[in-house]
Design a protein around this ligand. Structure first.
Ligand SMILES: [Zn+2]
Length: 389
C-alpha cells in the first residue's frame, strides 16, 4: 500500500513519514479513527514505508523487494493480528488460521470492513475475538530475529476485540517490547480498550476523510461524474468504505429500485401480510447484515432524491423508465413534514442491525413507521395524490 493510494489524510501521512525520516519511530502507536477513515491502509502504508529500501521523502518506492512483499501482505517481518472466531474447542484460534483469506481480501481491497470479511468467510453470526493464544503466538514469532528489515512490525487490527487475558498478555509484550519491534494498533473505539494499554501507546487521532479528497478519489476510482461523486461523498460522510459500497451499488440499482418500490407500496397501503413478507425477505439469511445495511442506505438515498424532486430537480440518470414514473409520484409523499423522521428511522434501523437486532421484527417495525410517515405527509401537503398500484 502506498500513501498516495489513500484519499486525503495528508497531515497524518506527513507525520508518519516524518517519524521514519527522523528515526524516531515510536514502538507502540494507536491509530484511532472512525470507520472508513483509512486507518488500516495507513498502517499498511506506514509499515511498507518503514521497510522500503528505496523510499522517497513522500512515499515508498512500490518496486523494491520489500515493497512487493508488503503489497502481498507477505513480508516476513510483518505480522498481522485481527479478531477471529473459535473454530473448535481445544486450542485458541489465531489470525494465522485465516491469514490466507485475509491476504487475498486485503490485496483486493485494503479498505476492508472486518464484518464483510467475516461474512464472506461465512462466520458472520459468531462473535470474533482476539484470544489469549494470539499473544503467545506473537511472542513466539518475535523471539526470532528480524529476517530482512531493521524492524519487525505487528499490526493489531481491532484491539477492542481482545479478551481480557489476551489484552493483559499483550500489555506485557508492549511494555517490554523485543528490540526494534513496532506495534501499530488500529482501533475505532478506545472506550473498549484496557486503559493500561492506552496509556502505553502513542495516540494518532485520525479524522474522517475530507469531502474534497473523497470526491476526487471516487471520480478517479469509479469514473463517476462530479455530481454522482459529490452525492456519494455527502451520503458517506467521510467513510470511504461506505462510499465504495455506494459507488458499487450502481450494479444493484435496478433490482433495489424494484424492491424499494414494492416495499413502499405495501407500507403506504398498510398491507400487513405484504409487509411481513418483505420483513421476512430482508431478514432471510442470504441477505446478510451488510446487505441489509446497504439496502437501507439505498433507501436513504431514494428518500433524499425524492425530497430533491419535491424541492428542485435531481439527476435520475440510473433509473429505468418504469422506476422513474413510480419515483415521480412517490416523491410527492416526501417533504419537509416527514423527511427528518424518515431519515432518523432508517438510521436507527441501520444502527440496530449493526448491533444484531432481530432483523425480521426490525424491518416489520420499520415498515409500519415508514407507512405511517408516508401517509402523514398528505395531511399537510398541498397536493393530494395516491400512489400507483
Ligand atoms: Zn520500496
Amino acid at each position: 500500500m502506498l500513501f498516495k493510494e489513500i484519499p486525503g489524510q495528508e497531515e497524518i501521512k506527513k507525520r508518519l513519514i516524518q517519524t521514519v525520516n527522523d528515526n524516531r519511530i515510536s514502538h507502540a502507536q494507536l491509530l484511532l479513527g472512525p470507520a472508513g477513515s483509512g486507518k488500516l491502509p495507513l498502517a499498511l502504508a506506514y509499515a511498507q514505508y518503514i521497510f522500503c529500501s528505496n523510499k522517497t521523502e513522500h512515499d515508498s518506492c512500490g518496486e523494491c523487494s520489500s515493497c512487493l512483499k508488503m503489497q502481498k501482505i507477505a513480508h516476513p517481518d510483518f505480522h498481522f493480528v485481527f479478531p477471529v472466531f473459535k473454530v473448535k474447542e481445544g486450542r485458541d484460534t489465531v489470525s494465522d488460521d485465516f491469514i490466507g483469506e485475509m491476504r487475498e481480501a486485503l490485496i483486493k481491497n485494503p479498505f476492508l470492513d472486518l464484518d464483510d470479511f467475516l461474512e464472506n468467510a461465512g462466520i458472520e453470526n459468531k462473535q470474533p475475538s482476539i484470544f489469549v493464544g494470539e499473544s503467545a503466538n506473537i511472542l513466539r514469532k518475535l523471539s526470532f530475529k528480524a529476517y530482512e528489515g531493521e524492524y519487525r512490525i505487528v499490526v493489531i487490527w481491532k484491539p477492542e476485540k481482545m479478551n481480557v487475558q489476551a489484552a493483559n498478555k499483550m500489555l506485557k509484550i508492549i511494555e517490554e517490547p523485543p528490540e526494534r519491534t513496532v506495534f501499530l494498533l488500529v482501533a475505532e473505539n478506545s472506550d473498549l480498550m484496557l486503559a493500561t494499554i492506552l496509556s502505553r501507546t502513542q495516540l494518532l487521532k485520525i479524522k474522517k476523510i475530507d469531502d474534497g479528497s473523497m470526491q476526487s478519489a471516487l471520480i478517479e476510482k469509479y469514473n463517476l461524474s462530479e455530481l454522482d461523486a459529490l452525492r456519494i461523498t455527502h451520503l458517506a460522510d467521510g467513510n470511504f468504505i461506505e462510499a465504495m459500497k455506494l459507488a458499487n451499488q450502481g450494479d444493484d440499482s435496478v433490482e433495489n429500485t424494484q424492491k424499494f418500490r414494492d416495499w413502499m407500496l405495501a407500507c403506504y397501503k398498510n398491507n400487513i401480510p405484504e409487509m411481513l413478507g418483505w420483513s421476512e425477505k430482508f431478514a432471510s439469511t442470504d441477505e446478510g447484515r451488510e446487505k441489509q445495511k446497504a439496502f437501507l442506505l439505498f433507501c436513504q438515498n431514494m428518500f433524499r432524491k425524492a425530497l430533491m424532486q419535491t424541492y428542485s430537480t435531481p439527476e435520475l440518470g440510473r433509473m429505468t423508465e418504469n422506476a422513474r414514473s413510480f419515483f415521480l409520484k412517490f416523491s410527492t409523499f416526501v417533504n419537509g413534514n416527514n423527511i427528518m423522521e424518515i431519515a432518523a428511522e432508517l438510521d436507527s434501523a441501520s444502527y440496530h442491525i449493526e448491533r444484531n437486532a432481530y432483523p425480521k421484527l426490525l424491518f416489520f417495525d420499520l415498515s409500519l413507521k415508514l407507512g405511517a410517515l408516508l401517509r402523514a405527509s398528505q395531511q399537510v401537503a398541498a397536493k393530494s395524490v395516491s400512489l400507483p398500484s
